[in-house]
Design a protein around this ligand. Structure first.
Ligand code: NAD
Length: 268
């Protein structure tokens, strides 16, 4: 399967190039960066540290997508929305790891998914997607009158969006377990005289610093006891391998918007 990496010079972009290089059945056929990027024209393999691959980084996504079977996209929301349109036109699989998309961005991505398969997830690792299943079960089993749910996350100092896509994915799993709407019940920031905690709220706390790849804990705090479900990502290669797996899974699948839970067979 010929794959294009967009955002090829980014932290995830370079990791994706390495993951494709190691994956049987996948081949790098294009690499795209922003117009004006200093990396345009460089060999993608050399940039990613796997040696020359003969694939130059280009700033022309349309041309790169024309001869590809799929796109791996860990960039930024505005770019991802644009790429979903191009991938839909080319009728090729689009794997989206980009986080921080607005509801409007998500609506445009869903529209593109009418024409091509899209796998979108705030976290591409097996561990976090399994954790989401466990969080959903725990939230369903533990009554909101007794157990408060808080999501705590920490990421490296360069991360630009908060809460993380993974924290929101886990918050959504808790909301699904409770049968409530996350948007109506999420408390994303607390500051000053907040008053007591609202029953049924799902709280988020965000830490940033150093080189942390991604730490998440879901705390279910009840009367006299606490359950803490945690995941610690040690290497972003984990996400890249998941993204390649998602692309191979989506190849030649019917158009539609899929999640990593679909890819991993972990149910809805
Ligand atoms: P980064 O800033 O290192 O890389 C982003 C790259 O995208 C940059 O090289 C930038 O130039 C490029 N880019 C931006 N707009 C572009 C455009 N229009 N055309 C081509 N390239 C463009 O960031 P990162 O740490 O690699 O993270 C990227 C995204 O992936 C973030 O949203 C992050 O939260 C997300 N992420 C998701 C997962 C997951 O498993 N879903 C894991 C890690 C990171």
């Amino acid at each position: 399967m010929g794959l294009v990496v967009v955002g090829a010079a980014g932290r995830m972009g370079r990791t994706l190039i390495r993951a494709i290089h190691e994956a049987p059945g996948a081949e790098l056929c294009g690499a795209v960066e922003r117009e004006g990027s200093a990396f345009v024209g460089q060999d993608a393999g050399e940039l990613a540290g796997v040696g020359k691959l003969g694939v130059s980084i280009s700033d022309d996504p349309l041309q790169a997508f024309a001869s590809a079977d799929g796109v791996l996209d860990f960039t930024a929301p505005a770019a991802t929305v644009q790429f979903s349109g191009y991938a839909a036109q080319a009728r090729i699989a689009h794997v989206i790891g980009t986080t921080g998309c607005s509801p409007e961005d998500d609506a445009r991505i869903a529209a593109a998914a009418r024409h091509a398969p899209i796998v979108k997830s705030g976290n591409m690792s097996l561990g976090v997607n399994l954790l989401a299943v466990l969080v959903e079960q725990a939230a369903r089993a533990l009554d909101a009158a007794d157990f408060d749910i808080e999501v705590l996350e920490m990421h490296h100092r360069h991360k630009v969006d908060a809460p993380s896509g993974t924290a929101l994915l886990l918050g959504q799993a808790a909301a699904t377990g409770r049968g409530i709407d996350l948007a109506d019940n999420a408390v994303r920031v607390r500051d000053g005289h907040t008053g007591p905690r609202e029953e049924g709220a799902i709280g988020f706390a965000t830490l940033r610093g150093g080189s942390v790849v991604g730490d998440h804990s879901i705390i279910l705090a009840g009367p006299g006891e606490r359950i803490v479900l945690s995941h610690h990502a040690e290497d972003r290669a984990l996400f890249a391998r998941g993204a390649v797996k998602a692309a191979l899974w989506a190849h030649a699948r019917k158009p539609g918007l899929y999640s990593m839970r679909d890819v991993l067979g972990l149910g809805a």
